[in-house]
Design a protein around this ligand. Structure first.
Ligand code: SAM
Ligand code: SF4
Length: 500
């Protein structure tokens, strides 16, 4: 970790030459007037044009800005319903009925930035500051493993004490933990660590890549420059363009699973959806790969932040569903994450519209997993959680809806990342491997962590899945059914971490 004082440290974060190298024809990929113009000129779209666009999404092609702008302008309830139905079909085609689970681990809330919507901003004296020691990281990880998780996202404020070397140490600590399951069958561990952190230089990103991270995630918050400046008045985060190319640098550093997002509630949601699309297009253009996932967190009340409760752009549930539908249709290959910021009812609805990943049993206070529930005091959290149910409860609800919970991390460990996974996703092949690995990891979960009630519902669903798999020619052609049955039997007898 850096011993520099925070002010000096913050002043040397941004490297101009690592921004300008990504300009195309001297321009950034976001042009606000172009976005506004597209939203304006695609008003009142003709229903037949919308249906043609839906056909394009269904053939798993990424949409162009005019097409997305047209979808964003649909208000007719019948057409909106068709869009929702198509979004679900697209999701099923690419990702089937799987939902991938992860847990966040907040390692530090020290921060040199001043984001007006966040409880961690440096001016917030209500916030009790804390950075986890590596021992504490391991303890937190044990709790997360005990819930049954296999994937984690580590989250950090931006500060010299939580610089890239600290991140690498914490990631290694997470990977080092092995824990016997409470039911005494297998050993659990975190098999994939993703990172949500401030934008970094290419050399720092290489260090993260060497630590074996899965996805590097940075949310742009808003794609509107002027608003961005107002919301981020100080610190390295005030540099809009340093953030805009954070994922480009990650790609250059060899991390080819990158994740974007916007914080919804700061600005007109239509504008931000267009920004996300332009971001995906530029990553495709410059690296041949779009974002591995897109997130669309809605702003939730944060300690000491008035903006988090009184912003005039807070997004209603109806609009939230629309924006998720349009993202699913516009970037059909991408994973989509709905987090525990959302309450169970709306989360259930948007999972049906195309979300592919979510978290559960989450604690977002620093040290929150190790401390008792009573200690989850508001000032220790970055913002308020809407979903506080256990992983077991959420999994049971999804299984009752016919959705299989996946803890699969095989893609990343078999080299199915970046452009390789993108091609498989667009050809709808990756989904097939994932279906089998979802069954295997779900079985592990049911054996090691599930309540009896969840196990009963889950086993029934697995049986139905296996029966379905046997009918699919792809699996027969590739001799995958025998393999699945062999691995399934071995997991039932206590072996773990078998994947295709
Ligand atoms: N410090 C890093 C950064 O800002 O990129 C990473 C950690 S930050 C805690 C992760 C994300 O939390 C931010 O990108 C922002 O979108 C989100 N966030 C901040 N305040 C929020 C709030 N009040 N409600 C919901 N999400 C919020
Ligand atoms: Fe710090 Fe990130 Fe919160 Fe901004 S959003 S105050 S950078 S932790």
């Amino acid at each position: 970790m850096s011993k520099m004082n925070p002010k000096e440290w913050a002043a040397q974060v941004v490297k101009q030459e690592e921004i300008d190298k990504y300009l195309v024809n001297g321009k950034d990929f976001i042009d606000e007037s172009e976005i506004i113009n597209k939203l304006e000129t695609n008003r009142n779209p003709d229903p037949q044009r919308i249906r043609d666009i839906l056909g394009k999404s269904l053939s798993i092609q990424r949409l162009e800005p005019d097409e997305t702008a047209a979808l964003l302008n649909v208000t007719d309830p019948e057409l909106l319903k068709e869009m929702e139905e198509t979004a679900l079909k697209v999701k099923q085609k690419v990702y089937d009925n799987r939902i991938v689970f992860f847990a966040p681990l907040y390692c530090s809330n020290l921060c040199v930035n001043s984001c007006l919507y966040c409880g961690f901003r440096k001016e917030n004296s209500e916030e009790k500051r804390r950075i986890l020691s590596l021992d504490e990281v391991r303890k937190e990880t044990e709790h997360v493993i005990d819930e049954g998780h296999k994937r984690m996202i580590v989250v950090y404020g931006e500060h010299p004490l939580s610089d890239v070397d600290y991140m690498v140490d914490t990631i290694k600590s997470v990977y080092s933990v092995q824990k016997k399951s409470p039911k005494g069958r297998g050993h659990g561990s975190i098999r994939r660590v993703n990172v949500n952190a401030a934008p970094m230089s290419i050399s720092d990103l290489k260090k993260l890549g060497d630590a074996g991270i899965g996805t590097f995630q940075v949310f742009q918050e808003t794609y509107n420059r002027d608003l961005y400046s107002k919301l981020h008045p100080a610190g390295p985060k005030s540099d809009y363009r340093w953030r805009l190319y954070a994922l480009h640098r990650a790609m250059d550093a060899g991390i080819d699973d990158v994740a974007t997002g916007a914080l919804f509630g700061l600005n007109d949601w239509r504008f931000e959806v267009m920004g996300l699309l332009y971001h995906a297009i530029d990553l495709e253009r410059q690296f041949g790969i779009g974002p591995h996932t897109i997130s669309f967190p809605r702003i939730t009340p944060a300690s000491g932040s008035e903006l988090s409760t009184n912003s005039k752009y807070l997004v209603s549930d109806e609009d939230f569903k629309r924006l998720i539908t349009v993202i699913r249709l516009s970037v059909p290959y991408t994973g989509m994450i709905v987090t525990a910021r959302e309450e169970p009812g709306i989360k259930k609805e948007v999972i049906k519209l195309g979300c592919t990943q979510t978290d559960a049993s989450s604690k977002i206070g620093i040290g929150g997993y190790s401390e008792s529930q009573d200690c989850q005091i508001a000032e220790k959290q970055q913002f308020t959680l809407g979903e506080t149910r256990s992983l077991d409860e959420v999994i049971r609800e999804l299984a009752e809806m016919g959705m299989i919970s996946s803890f699969c991390t095989a893609g990343y460990r078999c080299g199915r990342t970046g452009d390789k996974i993108m091609n498989l996703l667009t050809e709808c092949v990756e989904g097939k491997f994932c279906k089998l690995n979802a069954i295997l990891t779900f079985k592990e979960y049911l054996e090691d962590y599930a309540s009896e009630q969840t196990k009963t519902v889950g086993e029934k669903l697995i049986q139905k899945e296996i029966d379905e798999v046997k009918q699919i020619p792809f699996f027969k052609q590739h001799n995958l059914i025998e393999k699945l049955e062999e691995y399934y039997g071995r997991i039932s007898k206590g072996e773990r971490d078998l994947y295709l």
